[in-house]
Design a protein. Structure first.
Length: 332
């Protein structure tokens, strides 16, 4: 039988969970590309709280809904031109023979100046990126995360250097729902169109011969560079579907959020901690007069009463009967 048993019910556990994790802002910066299009996203989120927690017998619990709040969302667009390899070749070669002289006495047919070779269009992206601020649609983004978590206890040192038995939650199976955008967001098409127009105007700066752009576009059947970019990005009538496809498929925002939230945050923050060695009585400075003035050794007006502690052994944590139990013994 354990010397000490702590019991925590589901509602208390949820309250502790929602106090330990929410509030901290988490930033991410990811990108992806396909064919000529380069897409990137900058974001900032925070955890608002757990919607529902359910204990399972053993060492796991279910987190039904982890509510995510969005603070920033910026899409970046660019063109990623395929690499072009130009190999080595001779720019200036010594002739094999010289008129009125015959064969060259020195360096005949040798290359005097060689082009070293180069790889063009190595940037990611090569043109851009151009930012498209989507902060106006943040209130309309729906993100839900759930999963199963393994609970464990481990002896660790905190930032002050003191040791504790710390209880952590480690994700074992996580479900990040695809990001959805409410269809009541009427501003979204205008935001995208305006952003593409700005990107097109900035892209012209990379091409001094603007008239060449018009000629090439006319051959392709596009009246403007904006129209060409809209077609290249495959943006048509349903802008919301396009943006959700970019975030969920092209960039893989679900994996980004998984890495960001669960590995950088949940695995590094403890839910509960127990001081080890466990303190029974704190150290105190006592005055001799408190004991009737009896002479003490060593002599003096005060003396130190050391703290009384005991090491924690056999610490364990588990769920049973809708409670979390933390049990341990004292190594006395």
């Amino acid at each position: 039988m354990s010397d000490v048993t702590f019991s925590v019910n589901e509602s208390t556990f949820k309250a502790v969970f929602n106090k330990a994790y929410p509030g901290k802002k988490l930033n991410f910066n990811e990108s992806g590309s396909k064919v000529l299009v380069w897409l990137g996203v900058e974001g900032e989120i925070h955890i608002e709280g757990a919607g529902g927690i359910e204990f399972e017998d053993g060492n796991t619990f279910l987190l039904k809904e982890l509510e995510i709040g969005w603070d920033k969302l910026i899409l970046r667009l660019g063109l990623d031109v395929p690499n072009v390899e130009i190999g080595k070749f001779c720019l200036l070669r010594m002739p094999r023979s010289i008129p009125f002289w015959g064969d060259a006495p020195f360096l005949g047919d040798e290359c005097l100046v060689e082009f070293p070779g180069v790889t063009l269009f190595t940037g990611k992206p090569d043109i851009g990126p151009f930012k498209l601020n989507l902060n106006a649609i943040i209130p309309y983004i729906v993100t839900e995360i759930g999963g199963r978590y393994f609970i464990y206890i481990n002896k660790e040192k905190d930032s002050s250097g003191k040791f504790y038995q710390m209880v952590h939650a480690k994700p074992t199976a996580v479900d990040v729902d695809p990001i959805s955008i409410s269809d009541t967001m009427g501003k979204l098409p205008a935001i995208i169109q305006g952003g593409i127009y700005y990107a097109a105007s900035q892209m012209i700066k990379y091409i001094p011969q603007t008239w060449m752009v018009d000629v090439v576009l006319s051959f392709l059947g596009f009246p403007t560079l904006t129209a060409f970019l809209l077609d290249l990005l495959d943006i048509h009538d349903d802008v919301e579907d396009w943006l959700m496809d970019v975030l969920n498929v092209s960039i893989g925002i679900d994996n980004v959020l998984y890495q960001l939230i669960f590995q950088e945050m949940l695995e590094s923050k403890e839910l509960f901690k127990i001081e080890d060695p466990y303190p029974f009585i704190d150290a105190k400075t006592l005055d001799v007069s408190d004991f009737g003035g009896y002479k003490t050794t060593p002599a003096g007006s005060t003396f130190e009463l050391p703290a009384i502690t005991a090491p924690v052994t056999d610490a364990a944590v588990e769920f049973a009967e809708d409670n979390m139990f933390i049990r341990f013994n004292f190594g006395i």
